[in-house]
Design a protein around this ligand. Sequence first.
Ligand code: SAH
Length: 454
Amino acid sequence: MWKKNDEIRMAITDLTNEGSGVGHADGCAVFVKDTVPGDAGTVRIIKAKKNYAYGIMTRLETASDWRVPSACPVSGPCGGCQLCHVAYDKQLAWKQQKVKNCLERIGGLKGIEVLPVLGMDEPWHYRNKAQYPVGYDREGRLTAGFYAGHSHRIVPSEDCRIQDERSNRIRGLVLSWMEEHRISAYDEETGKGLVRHIIVRVGAATGEIMTGLVVNGTKLPAAEDLIERLRTVPGMTSVCLNINRERTNVILGRDVRVLWGRPYITDRIGDVSYRISLLSFYQVNPAQTQKLYRTALDYAGLTGNETVWDLYCGIGTISLFLARRAKQVCGVEIVEAAVADAAENAALNDIRNAEFFAGAAEDVLPAKYRESGGAMRADVIVVDPPRKGCDQALLDTIVKMEPKRVVYVSCDPATLARDLKYLCANGFRVEKVQPCDMFPQSVHVESVVLITRA
Ligand code: SAH
């Protein structure tokens, strides 16, 4: 067994789901941060457990062709991205394999083709939403950035390479406003201090910008000056205050007050316009969202006569994308503000065949099915759950409704595989698996899966 400070020569053969390199020495797995498959060299053990160990590469003898110089100066300490040092084509190939592995190992689905990941031409500055925690650095200076991996220590980030440049600029504007007016940052340890997070949302197609300040209080001093500064940014449309006085690591509170402008911004995907408010979920990579939704639309196979359910519908993005080509679309979403946005979005686009219900998908759909005495059917059911995947009560109802097609949009291949296993054991078959890179430079991968009745 290895012990701390042992030095071993080893080759890195794999990348864990969290993006750490891993190799094997004497039957023991050693996790080596910031390495990639194909690297070889000397590793010093920094922590040894019974069957595995953690190490650092102290001398790199063979550098893998996966490696590229990181474009981000803080990619080491920052927990936001994990793969800045990995060539983009290798990131995509690794993500494709990750989906395949999950389907095989967790889903027991052998021999299913996973299509090459839909990637970006320019995988930088793609995010339309930034959330910067605000605090103090070791010298007590005010700062904002992103959390270090597995921690709440803020790594200052002035020029995040995956954010929109305007978000980075607004971060700087808010910090200098705080400094000049001596406005305090919130301290998680003591629960004191005012400003917790700076949130920026940019409508990629419209250029409209929302700035949100999450505060531990009900009022903002020197708000006039903040607004004046923010209005110098072209496109500023909405400045909101979000009240969060809880001792929690949940970022947003429930209460939103408009400081200036409108309570929402507008964006467009394809030919549908969407209103987005501070509390609503909206996909963060607009260029890739088009590809994701087009794939979902393609897999839905609509001719105009179909009844469609869109579960976990958020502000109705996928629902409305499909509604123009279906007879009727029903969306279900748990966040009430998002359901209200969805209904407004339907009206905004003059779409009259979409209806939205507030509640948990696993409550609403089974309840509607029961009310119909088991007669309710759908041609297509779309699900787009958060990382924990679908509740079994929902999958059960989907099976009973006998849809011709289920389109599963997933941000976690592990829970996707678990849910596919259930559907495949209950009369369905996986037809197509298309991963889409919504989060370049990170380990996350999104997939769209077409499931049909076997
Ligand atoms: N399809 C949308 C949203 C996907 S994100 C889009 O592409 O924009 C997942 C959504 O599921 C979020 O809006 C979240 O609020 C919602 N959600 C989470 N748990 C839920 C549940 N149990 N039932 C219904 N919606 C849920």
